[in-house]
Design a protein around this ligand. Structure first.
Ligand SMILES: [Zn+2]
Length: 178
């Protein structure tokens, strides 16, 4: 049995606009990097957003957190969910943000559809490099070999159904060593 875990935080100003974050849960073996390092980030984010809500915060747009099952088995969990909700997702989704292997090294690797290139750059300028408090993630990224933004293609992870079935602007991020 395949089970996705989907969490919805309704937006305050644009509830019918969705920003979707996803990460898979199943692993080939023990899954320390793939996918549990990404799952740790998703769970941490979920906890922070939950705490913010207890203080009365609501996001501008609806945020949907997705913990996918059966990614390694052929992207089945995310693909079935996109197919099941195709019409709604096509008309309402602003962007899909995917993290698979969250951390397996020390350099930022990012791939996106072209609409999100500039957003990636701007967002990375607002995040401190966790290994160097005097520079941003953007500085670290530009100093590394992998500073170019790749393009999302093929079926590498759960962004696939969003990009290739319903044409949603998407990004995949990872901290890795190449
Ligand atoms: Zn994976």
């Amino acid at each position: 049995t395949i089970q996705n875990v989907i969490s919805v935080i309704e937006g305050k100003e644009e509830p019918d606009r969705y920003v979707i974050l996803g990460n898979h849960r199943d692993a080939w073996t023990f899954g320390a990097a793939d996918p549990n390092s990404g799952t740790a980030a998703l769970l941490e984010l979920a906890e922070r957003l939950s705490k913010l809500q207890t203080k009365g915060w609501r996001p501008r747009r609806t945020i949907i957190l997705c913990n996918w099952d059966a990614e390694e088995y052929g992207l089945i969990g995310s693909t079935e969910w996109v197919e099941e909700n195709r019409a709604m997702l096509t008309s309402r989704t602003v962007a899909y943000l995917n993290v698979d292997v969250g951390v397996s090294g020390s350099g930022l690797d990012a791939s996106a559809t072209p609409q999100l290139d500039e957003l990636l750059k701007q967002a990375s300028k607002k995040v401190q490099n966790p290994d160097n408090g005097t520079e941003s993630l953007y500085d670290m990224w530009m100093a590394s070999d992998g500073s170019l933004i790749g393009r999302l293609g093929g079926g590498g992870s759960d962004y696939s159904a969003f990009v290739q079935h319903i044409g949603i602007p998407s990004v995949q991020m990872s901290i890795w060593s190449g």
